[in-house]
Design a protein around this ligand. Structure first.
Ligand code: PEP
Ligand code: CO
Length: 458
């Protein structure tokens, strides 16, 4: 180990095993060891230079020179590894990012919750139906959703299957991005579905058309200047992210790479630690303090400022730029009171502050359907934005659960989705997502607000 190696001296890729918090009850530990060893031999899903590039982009988001749009499914499933949902997710993220670039006048980094968002934390480790108690469903990387003992038993074979589906997803994403799918100078590739969307309001359509026309004009102008080729300028880059919940999976793909110092977690560019697993002495904090990736941490309303600051120090002892992303999920009505002490506790520390307005705004309808309200999501965003602005600290990004499809999972938005509509196309494997229309509208409202508009978002 060289003297410049950033790896903490008391850290190893498996030092997390002596800490609590990642105790998945795999019954067959020999099979687990075999599958993890197999996974460790397979090629990486992402590369160290991509991870370094994301770190550098995050270092700009920290100081307000860039904005991060992170979004995708709450839980990906192996079954949904199909071209249509993947392509439409890319499309909506791309369209939202363009709207944000236009409104914020800042470059936007796109980070998908995809290509590995297969492991879900659960509040209750078990579920009981009709007197039968089985392990909860922890996502397709760990077990299966049907309520049978065989399906709910953690299956180590899913480590490699999950990896394979992440690779298939990423392969398609890279091909779409490379093939010009995402290129701005072919607007017909990225606005077609949207423009023919029947429920789009004429006002929103007109505004969207104005935005895309302005963007296309700007690009043509740049091209005419001959400063750079338009391909370089408009190739949309996507980074991947997922909750690094299953450390057997993360460890198997964590290694040193040639000509760089330290260990890289090569399952994804941006792993994050969830609200339920961010304990200071826990397995997840231990594992992720040893990798070079930027690491996200979900911060809920019960997190104490001291605890969050200690976690940020642990994950980033040298206070490097672009290394820690705090993903606030405080709940509507909470940012004004909870943010100032958090920001004060982090004074002098490099961090990207992001707002996840989804995870503390869940409700259940009288008929037992999990939903979220567009208005509550919007209001938490607005409160986080206003509070950060008053504190003089940039809000570096936003984190959404969304899909490019016309699902009916969240209520509200311009299309006026009501509780009665939820059963029309309720398709999520876990939490309710913004649909195509709601996502795009959210981007417009956010861009207006952050682009200097005053008052309420809507
Ligand atoms: C999630 O992002 O899907 C999630 C479970 O979030 P949190 O850890 O913030 O509850
Ligand atoms: Co979720």
């Amino acid at each position: 180990m060289s003297t410049t190696d950033p790896t903490p001296p008391d850290w190893t890729p498996d030092s997390w095993r002596s800490r609590p918090g990642c105790d998945i009850p795999y019954p067959d530990t020999a099979a687990l060891a075999r599958e993890a060893a197999r996974l460790a031999t397979l090629p990486p899903l992402v590369t160290s230079w991509e991870i370094e590039r994301l770190r550098s982009e995050l270092s700009q988001a920290e100081v307000g020179k860039r904005f991060v749009l992170q979004g995708g499914d709450c839980a990906e499933t192996l079954e949904d590894c199909r071209p249509q949902p993947i392509a439409s997710k890319l499309k909506i993220l791309l369209q939202m990012s363009l709207v944000l670039v236009h409104g914020l006048k800042r470059p936007v980094t796109r980070v998908g919750r995809f290509a590995g968002q297969y492991a879900k934390p659960r509040t209750n480790p078990t579920e009981t139906r009709d007197g039968v108690t089985l392990p909860s469903y922890f996502g397709d990387l760990i077990n299966r959703a049907p309520f049978t003992a065989a399906d709910r038993t953690p299956d180590p074979g899913l480590l490699v299957r999950g990896y394979q589906h992440a690779a298939l997803t990423l392969n398609f994403i890279r091909a779409l991005v490379d093939g010009g799918f995402a290129d701005l100078h072919h607007p017909e590739y990225w606005n077609l579905a949207f423009m023919t969307h029947a429920s789009l309001s004429p006002a929103l359509r007109a505004e969207y058309e104005r935005t895309t026309a302005t963007l296309a004009d700007g690009l043509r102008f740049m091209e005419a200047l001959g400063e750079t080729t338009i391909d370089e300028l408009t190739r949309a880059e996507f980074f991947t992210s997922h909750e690094g919940l299953n450390l057997h999976y993360e460890q198997a793909q964590t290694r040193r790479v040639p000509r760089r110092e330290g260990y890289y977690c090569l399952t994804t560019h941006l792993p994050w630690i969830g609200e339920r697993s961010r304990a200071l002495g826990g397995a997840h904090a231990e594992f992720f303090r040893g990798v070079r990736n930027p690491v996200g941490v979900k911060v809920g309303p019960s997190a104490s400022p001291d605890e969050v600051a200690a976690l940020a120090r642990l994950l980033n002892p040298a206070n490097e730029a672009g290394k820690v992303v705090l993903i606030l999920r405080l709940g509507v009505g909470k940012p004004a009171a909870l943010l100032p002490p958090l920001v004060r506790a982090m004074e002098g520390r490099r961090v990207t502050w992001m707002c996840d307005p989804m995870h503390a705004n869940g409700t259940t309808t009288p008929t037992g359907i999990k939903t979220r309200s567009f208005d509550a999501i919007l209001r938490e965003l607005e409160e986080a934005h206003d509070t950060m602005k008053a504190l003089g600290v940039p809000l570096g990004g936003v984190h959404f659960e969304l899909t490019g499809d016309d699902v009916t999972e969240c209520v509200g938005g311009a299309a006026g989705l009501t509780e009665a509509d939820l059963s029309t196309n309720y398709a999520t494997a876990c939490d309710p997502r913004l649909n195509y229309q709601q996502s795009l509208e959210m981007a417009f409202l956010l861009a207006r607000k952050m682009g200097g508009g005053n008052g309420r978002l809507r």
